[in-house]
Ligand binder design. Structure first.
Ligand SMILES: Cc1ncc(COP(=O)(O)O)c(C=O)c1O
Length: 384
């Protein structure tokens, strides 16, 4: 199998499996219980919180575990807006993940004014637009650090500078940047930041929200006192322990992984460009998570390419995993100016820790053959 869909999810790291297995075998206590078997679980959770915090340059008291990256995004936006009820405007970008975009639509239905910052042909946000719509009435700006479909990296530090002039809080969805570029919440200056465990070789169903000390935010799930009273419910202890271990490993090896994987991705990218004509690369040439490769194959349907690759046990995606089942063209590709029919011809390949040179060689052999075969039977003429 050649797994090239690491932006959708990543396989568990064997060390994470080991830690989680040990944990479920040895520890069933409720972290809220005061006797030793509960206390021990609480200690292990604190260690995991420390591990996630440390990978982000944060303090562990600023990390709230959630049930997913999606929940952390919802919590950041709705929790802050709830805490600043006088401010009725929210700013985000046109190319956010649905976790943010659908929350923005919900806010519109609730009567909020939402401004969607447009992006250029590479997917970089228009800072002039941001400057023109931000005001003291803005409660929060939420702009993703790197895009999940095309990898484009946003100028978050600039966003923070602009927001500060108006005393506006900033959230960033760093789900796709965690482990792929440096993230330090102090350097970035953001108030809230989302990460997700299953994109860093940890288990699914656990995420975290970094909340800078002093940030106004209301509880998201009401009930017990868990997660500093902000997210009630008995914790997903095994998920949290796994996430902590994944973050610990990430901190140790992400730079080395990045170096190796970027070389591998570049080899794949240039190999595809040399072997297949009439294709379009989507994303910023430089300011991009380099392990994300998004190509449009005008004249073909992305799904046909995906399925043909799957018969060879090569797994890629069309757009993002979240829009996979919809017939609609990717909102990200439309926002960077692609025509719907071109957007529907795009596939995303995303590399991760377990990819090898051999994987790249296999794709470089199979993909050109598949594209040539599909082009022969395609009723459309390739045109951009
Ligand atoms: C940018 C971005 N934000 C949020 C999410 C959602 O994370 P989760 O799957 O943990 O809900 C994803 C997952 O694809 C993502 O890519």
């Amino acid at each position: 199998m050649v797994y090239l869909d690491n932006n959708a999810t990543t396989p568990l790291d064997p060390q994470v499996i080991q830690k989680m297995t040990w944990f479920v075998q040895e520890h069933f206590g409720n972290p809220s219980s005061l006797y030793p078997i509960g206390r021990r679980v609480k200690e292990l959770m604190t260690e995991a919180r420390e591990q996630v915090a440390s990978a982000l340059g944060a303090h562990r008291s600023e990390i709230i575990f959630t049930g997913s990256g999606t929940e952390a995004d919802n919590f950041a936006i709705l929790g802050v807006l709830d805490a600043v009820p006088d401010k009725k405007e929210f700013i985000t970008s046109a190319i956010e993940h649905p976790a943010v975009l659908e929350t923005a639509r919900y806010l519109e239905r609730k009567g909020y004014t939402v401004h969607y910052v447009p992006v250029d042909q590479y997917g970089v946000i228009d800072l002039e637009f941001l400057r023109s719509v931000i005001s003291e009435a803005t409660a929060l700006v939420s702009i993703m650090m790197a895009n999940n479909e095309i990898g484009t990296i946003q100028p978050i530090e600039e966003v923070v500078k602009i927001a500060r002039r108006y005393g506006v809080l900033v959230h960033t969805d760093a789900v796709q940047s965690f482990g792929k570029m440096e993230i330090n919440v102090e350097k970035l200056g953001v108030d809230l930041l989302t990460v997700s465990s299953h994109k860093i070789y940890g288990p699914k169903g656990v995420g975290a929200l970094y909340i800078r000390k002093g940030t106004p935010i209301r509880p998201f799930v009401h009930g017990g006192h868990q997660e500093f009273g902000l997210r009630a419910g008995t914790e997903n202890t095994v998920g949290i322990i796994g996430f902590g271990e994944a973050a610990r490993i990430l901190k140790e090896r992400w730079k080395k992984d990045k170096e190796r994987l970027e070389k591998l991705a570049e080899k794949l990218k240039s190999g595809i460009e040399q072997r297949i004509t009439g294709i379009k690369f989507n994303g910023h040439p430089e300011k991009r998570i380099k392990t994300t490769l998004n190509f449009a194959f005008p004249g073909l349907e992305a799904e046909a390419i995906l399925l043909a690759l799957a018969t060879k046990e090569i797994y890629v995606s069309t757009g993002s995993a979240c829009s996979e089942e919809s017939e609609e063209a990717s909102h990200v590709l439309l926002a960077i100016g692609l025509k719907p029919e071109i957007a529907r011809s795009a596939i995303r390949m995303s590399l991760g820790r377990f990819n090898t040179e051999e994987d790249v060689e296999i794709v470089l052999k199979e993909l050109p053959e598949i594209v040539a075969r599909l082009r022969e039977i395609s009723p459309f003429h390739p045109e951009m």
